[in-house]
Design a protein around this ligand. Structure first.
Ligand SMILES: *Cc1c(COP(=O)(O)O)cnc(C)c1O
Length: 367
């Protein structure tokens, strides 16, 4: 029988936790303290403990987590920051908004992450940092990247907006370099009910600087030591995140089970993600690659299966970046032209994942 399967359904994702979420909201409303209070502080401690890192600083969203991290490094204007050419626009926008220069590095066609073999040839005497992305929840190959960074005296920053729960050599993403930048946008593996973000770090001075920067450059009320920003995590969102962090393994395990069904059952005409032995993929997004992607999407839609594309246009082809991002990035373009994201969420039943495999395997280009 034909089914209707949405790509995502956030009401259904949050339904199992509704009681905890309601209690969290009620606690904050009744207490009457809504900005930078005990909920934010507790969430920061609990998230840092979950990741195994010294400090967590709650901020307004994932983009700000990256902008503030770059600002806190105090780099000379026009310093060059290496970023993957295959990423969501926020990674590159953060570099531009921080007054720095993004330099794009092509991804590896199998991991979709920044290719460590292509990093060194782009390092100049102005390069100061690598801002890498654990795209779709797949951890970057950290060993060569950290070696290159050490050898060339570069900071490592990690965009972890898609990698909550991802591990490289049993270590959480976000804890390898100077800063791990997290987003808790509602669709992420740990999602708030609005905007929210955080920076994690093991560096005491960097953490302290970020606590100033997120709050008008001030730690003591009406005393401003730095030129700061207003980028704070709300008490209500922090309370909801605390409630949901307790159940993060329910989400991660479910996504992993769906990914296994896709990987085990799909025919070889579809290119499925490759997960290397020393990593734990967090499957924020489950992508396939298929040359005739648009035909495949239309066929799935005819069968009631809604999909998405992450992402349809590469950053260097975006109108806003016409004068900033120059050059050719054919690997990134090939990925953008051929990826399709299958439903992979707590809202999707295991039976539905099996059904999606059946429909996909029945697809032939004559359709
Ligand atoms: C979601 C996302 C962000 C931005 O997070 P916001 O909280 O929406 O600012 C940044 N980078 C990547 C890779 C993302 O997927």
């Amino acid at each position: 029988m034909k089914q209707f399967i949405p790509y995502e359904d956030l009401g259904k994702v949050n339904a199992p936790f509704i009681e905890d979420i309601n209690n969290a909201i009620q606690t904050v409303v009744c207490k009457g303290w809504y900005i930078l209070g005990s909920q934010v502080e507790s969430f920061e401690n609990e998230f840092a403990e979950y990741l195994g890192v010294r400090h967590c600083i709650g901020v307004a969203n994932g983009l700000d987590a990256m902008i503030l991290s770059l600002k806190a490094l105090d780099l000379e204007p026009e310093s060059e920051i290496l970023v993957p050419s295959n990423t969501y626009i926020a990674t590159i926008l953060a570099v531009v908004q921080a007054g720095l220069k993004p330099v794009l590095i092509e991804p590896n066609i199998e991991t979709y992450n920044i290719d460590p073999l292509l990093i060194e040839q782009s390092i100049t005497n102005k390069t100061r940092a690598i801002l890498l992305v654990h795209l779709y929840g797949n951890p970057c190959n950290m060993e060569p990247i950290l070696n290159i960074a050490n050898k060339n005296n570069l900071y490592v920053l990690e965009d972890c907006a898609q990698s909550h729960g991802a591990l490289f050599n049993h270590q959480h993403t976000g804890t390898f370099g100077m800063a791990g930048c997290y987003s808790f946008y509602p669709t992420k593996n740990l999602g708030a009910l609005g905007d929210a973000g955080a920076i994690v770090t093991n560096d005491d001075d960097f953490a302290r600087k970020l606590r100033y920067l997120r709050n008008y450059g001030s730690l003591v009320k009406y005393q401003n030591d730095f030129i700061g920003y207003n980028s704070r995590l709300d008490e209500i969102q922090a309370a909801i995140l605390r409630a949901k962090l307790k159940h993060i393994n329910v989400v991660l395990d479910h996504k992993k089970a769906i990914a296994k069904i896709y990987t085990d059952n799909l025919g070889s005409k579809f290119i499925v993600p490759i997960v290397s032995d020393n990593t734990q993929h967090a499957f924020h997004i489950f992508i396939l690659r298929y040359m005739e992607r648009d035909k495949l999407r239309a066929f799935l839609l005819q069968n009631g299966i809604n999909t998405d594309v992450h992402y349809p246009t590469p950053p260097h082809k975006q109108i806003a970046y016409k004068f900033i991002l120059q050059g050719n990035y054919p690997i990134s373009e090939l990925i953008h032209q051929t990826v399709i994201s299958l439903p992979c969420s707590l809202a999707l039943d295991i039976d539905q994942a099996t059904y999606i495999c059946e429909i996909l395997n029945s697809f032939s280009t004559e359709n």
